[in-house]
Design a protein around this ligand. Structure first.
Ligand code: FMN
Length: 370
């Protein structure tokens, strides 16, 4: 067998989250919700990955209760009895075959444009107003509405625990609302939510604290962070290691239990002045469990073409490097995205050395929910 991946198939626990192995399904939007509600096809799709050996499912992003939280057709909501009942069915299906589940709760922020449901007339919202051709396209948030959004995140986390989820993930990455508050380029507020990094962190910190107060002590709160944005792969929220340490320490103190460090290539150094990856730095600086992600098993990083189409990638077994970094203590869990779309049984194929049966990722795969 060319690769010994057995280290990745050992149990992990954090609070009430008890995982059979270290393979996590990365959150991936699929746009298959029906009238904003999850479906039984979605339940079967997640269940299939667990049957294929994945231990932990992090759901596609799902919108919290706010009139401008969603940005894309077919993205499920995470509020209201009808949606929560459907999500509970997904949780039950994942549990039935031995997997664990966390929803990724999300507010799109300025990535939203008016004309998208469920409230079609609503503008996107962000730290500050934004204009295009003299017309306002993004509405800057006033403080009472910020507080309302924080409460909605807490309600979503509470509901996640109530329907039996094993953890909750806050989407703090990729240029959506929370990240837009963190990033100096998008947050020009002059109140306590803008300006210095500590202030730009306040929105995320308030959300983490509100969630901590709304869930039980052993219910893990995961925070997903990235430097890159959906429209700028070279962006940096943390310009230096010092900034990064402030971000990590502040969020950790607020109550984050696990950091999910979203990079496009899991092995790349985070900064030019040292070899450590971003996941490794999170691990070193927080001492908390870390999920690494980015091009596991694939030749090419995530690329979203201007057409909105994802670019395909060949399989590439970079597992030696993955296992080496894992055994070196650089992260605790590894999330797999596109490889798991192409191969529902990716985890078992890797575990049992069936590398020749792994299929590449193609954009065609996104047309169906298999
Ligand atoms: C189709 C697709 C949808 C995605 N949707 C989300 C999402 O809803 N939330 C999120 O945090 N990341 C999302 N991502 C990013 C993935 O979670 C992951 O970080 C990225 O694909 C890199 O992992 P990979 O190289 O294993 O695919 C998406 C990626 C893909 C390919």
């Amino acid at each position: 067998m060319p690769y010994d991946s057995s280290a990745l198939f050992t149990p992990f626990s954090c609070g009430k989250l008890q995982l059979p192995n270290r393979i996590v399904m990365a959150p991936m939007t699929r746009n298959f919700a029906d009238n904003w509600l999850p479906t039984s096809e979605m339940a079967a799709y997640y269940r299939r990955r667990v049957e294929g050996g994945t231990g932990f499912i992090i759901s596609e992003c799902t919108a919290i209760d706010h009139r401008a939280s969603n940005a894309y057709e077919g993205v499920p909501i995470f509020y209201g009895r009808a949606a929560l009942a459907k999500w509970k069915h997904i949780v039950d299906q994942v549990h039935e075959v031995g997997g664990k589940f966390a929803p990724q709760i999300w507010h799109a922020g300025p990535e939203r444009r008016a004309g998208i449901g469920p409230d079609y007339g609503e503008l996107g919202v962000g730290p500050v107003d934004a204009f295009e051709g003299g017309e306002r396209i993004i509405r800057g948030l006033e403080k009472p509405e910020i507080h309302k959004i924080i409460e909605s995140f807490a309600q979503a986390a509470h509901d996640a625990e109530m329907i039996g989820s094993d953890a909750v993930e806050i989407h703090g990455a990729h240029g959506y609302l929370i990240d837009k508050f963190l990033w100096h380029r998008s947050n020009q507020r002059t109140d306590e939510y803008g300006g210095a990094l500590k202030n730009r962190l306040k929105f995320a910190v308030d959300i983490v604290r509100a969630i901590r107060g709304a869930v039980s002590d052993t219910f893990p709160v995961i925070f997903r962070f990235s430097q890159w944005k959906v429209d700028d792969y070279s962006a940096h929220t943390a310009l230096t290691k010092h900034d990064l340490a402030t971000i990590i320490q502040t969020l950790s103190d607020a109550g984050v239990d696990i950091f999910h460090v979203s990079t496009r290539r899991f092995w790349e150094p985070a900064f030019s002045d040292g070899p450590e990856t971003l996941a490794h730095l999170f691990k070193k600086l927080s001492g908390k469990p870390v999920i690494a992600v980015g091009s596991i098993g694939l030749s090419r990083p995530l690329i979203l073409a201007p057409s909105g189409q994802f670019i395909g990638a060949e399989t590439k077994l970079n597992l030696d490097r993955l296992v080496f970094s894992f055994q070196n203590g650089e992260f605790d869990l590894c999330a797999v995205g596109r490889s798991l779309l192409a191969n529902p049984d990716w985890a078992n194929n890797v575990r049992y050395g069936r590398f020749e049966s792994l299929k590449p990722f193609t954009a065609e795969l996104l047309k169906e929910l298999y």
